[in-house]
Design a protein around this ligand. Structure first.
Ligand code: AHR
Length: 531
């Protein structure tokens, strides 16, 4: 049997997640087959930045138009044009930050097209996503207003590919300055007196691809040049993000950190979990695999892909540690999630896909990995928020449904701002087709409310997983929990049946002294709270 997680299979992952020696995991595995999860509350780690629960909202398909913005005259209930049901669902998630306007769209977006009276805004063509017309009704003011409405921080992605340094510099000043300059006068004339808060600004997107097909050295120079002219207004918290690697492209990380590491606050990383890429033999981008019609081989491939991001983060972090041992520069995973074939019958350029229990399990594993790397990974933005790829929310005209992934984000929201606690997972594998991953994925944190939260996922779709949790440095008197599971691997929520995959109370965890005994049902995500 091949263990797929290099270099030493899942032992390496267990040790990696825990930040402890490989030997610990090895010894425990030899001792027995039930999973053990050792939580070290007496060795607190880094704070889990709330922004790890960030979202990505590109002008793509029906995300902005229809999914978020319907306009104030729409029969769909709305607040100043933003659909009410979506706003309420997002508020419930405590969305910490939204990335906008792309994605590939960002490097063709000229911000001046999206300000001023709506009837005078130009119509452009969204050449990346379906060639549809874009009337620019949703621009800078609408994005900022929307972010304020849902209580989220702001992440604006600048246009380096087809824009200019001046265009980016003006945009930053337009959003953030408070003076009598012409840009600020213009903003005021357009209805906004005070500057908005701009939390993050990126210099381009995927410049190695749709953002300009650049080499790393060339980009590093442009980045250094551009950065000089980006001057947020006084008191702004704006952090500047450089385009980072895709997947495991460590050469890109090395070059940007070496040439421009001192000029930036963060390096972005993109990773998509494409089932066909994780199959043996490997499939193609053209046929990624159905979002809903799949068997256990595809389930395993997606789970494998979810674990893979931990390996890649470790590789990039190791390089960043070389140039930035104090960890000043954040690694931001500003695009991540599953990418399946588009929903049959939909516009393939709209990247619309259904979301099942499989996507929920992928989300849980990924979030556990981000928690384990909280010292370096300080923002992550799932792709994407509404109606695109691994979305939280799907809409169809006036109807809306919350996806299984939404429910994972809801169950995990207590981890926002928590102090991460080291976790060592040992125990059985989940095997398929001669390959294996850890059957149980876990993470833990002490919340800002003092509650210890323990996230446990059983990735095996066939077998329950008995788990013994040991708690070092913690006295708890009570354990409660919530579970997300469903009858089938591909169970989903549809507009007609929106409650198939929803969280339920979980009372099967037993606390005795410093041990919690729990049996995780097959293919389930559980979050326990210890008080
Ligand atoms: O999320 C969809 C696309 O994937 C983004 O626009 C791009 O940055 C990435 O390739």
């Amino acid at each position: 049997m091949t263990r797929i997680l290099r270099p030493a299979g899942r032992l390496a992952v267990a040790a990696l997640l825990a930040g402890t020696a490989l030997a610990t995991a090895t010894a425990a595995i030899a001792a027995g087959s039930a999973a053990t999860v050792a939580v070290q509350a007496d060795h607190p780690g880094a704070v889990i930045a709330p922004a790890i629960y960030g979202q990505f909202a590109e002008h793509l398909g029906t995300q902005i138009y229809g999914g978020i913005w319907v306009g104030p005259d729409s029969p769909i209930p709305n607040i100043r044009g933003y659909r009410k049901d979506v706003v309420e669902a997002l508020k419930n998630l405590h969305v910490p930050v939204v990335r906008w306007p792309g994605g590939c769209f960002a490097d063709e977006y000229h911000w001046r097209d999206g300000i001023g009276p709506k009837d005078r805004r130009p119509v452009i063509v969204n050449t990346n996503w379906g060639g549809v017309e874009e009337n620019n009704a949703f621009g800078t003011h609408e994005f900022m207003d929307f972010s304020e409405l849902i209580g989220a921080g702001t992440y604006v992605n600048g246009n380096l590919g087809s824009g200019s340094v001046r265009e980016m510099a003006d945009w930053v000043a337009y959003m953030t300055a408070d003076n009598h300059g012409t840009l600020v006068q213009e903003r005021r004339a357009n209805g906004r007196d005070k500057p908005w808060t701009l939390n993050w600004f990126a210099v381009g997107n995927e410049v190695w691809g749709c953002g300009g097909n650049m080499r790393a050295d060339y980009y590093a120079d442009l980045l250094r040049q551009t950065r000089v002219f980006l001057k947020p207004g006084a008191g702004q918290p704006t952090k500047f993000i450089a385009v980072g690697p895709s997947d495991d492209d460590t050469a890109w990380t090395e070059t940007i950190m070496a040439r421009a590491g001192k000029e930036i606050d963060a390096l972005s990383m993109h990773y998509y979990d494409v089932a066909s890429f994780n199959m043996v033999p490997k499939g193609t981008w053209a046929k990624k695999g159905s979002a809903t019609e799949f068997g256990e081989a595809e389930w395993f491939a997606s789970i494998f892909g979810a674990y893979q991001i931990g390996t890649y983060i470790s590789h990039h972090s190791a390089i960043m540690d070389k140039y930035d041992p104090e960890k000043r520069v954040a690694l931001v995973v500003d695009e991540w999630g599953t990418w399946h074939d588009p929903t049959p019958g939909s516009n393939p350029g709209f990247l619309q896909q259904q979301n099942t229990l499989r996507d929920a399990v992928v989300a849980a594993i990924s979030l556990n990995i981000f928690h384990a790397h909280a010292d370096r990974v300080r923002m992550a933005n799932i792709a994407q928020m509404v109606n695109v790829l691994q979305a939280m929310i799907l809409t169809d005209g006036p109807r809306m449904v919350l996806t299984p992934t939404y429910h994972v984000f809801d169950m995990y929201k207590g981890f926002q701002g928590a102090t991460s606690l080291p976790v060592t997972v040992t125990g059985p594998d989940y095997s398929q087709g001669g390959r294996a991953v850890a059957a149980v994925s876990a993470s833990a944190g002490r919340g800002t409310d003092g509650v210890i939260r323990l996230a446990l996922t059983n990735v095996d779709p066939n077998k329950a997983a008995p788990v013994q949790v040991t708690l070092a440095g913690l006295k708890a008197g009570k354990v409660t929990g919530r579970i997300l599971t469903a009858p089938a691997m591909n169970s989903d929520n549809t507009f007609d049946h929106p409650q198939t995959v929803v969280p339920a109370a979980f009372s099967d965890a037993k606390l005795s002294g410093d041990t919690v005994s729990v049996t995780l049902p097959a293919k389930s995500v559980v979050v326990l709270e210890l008080k």
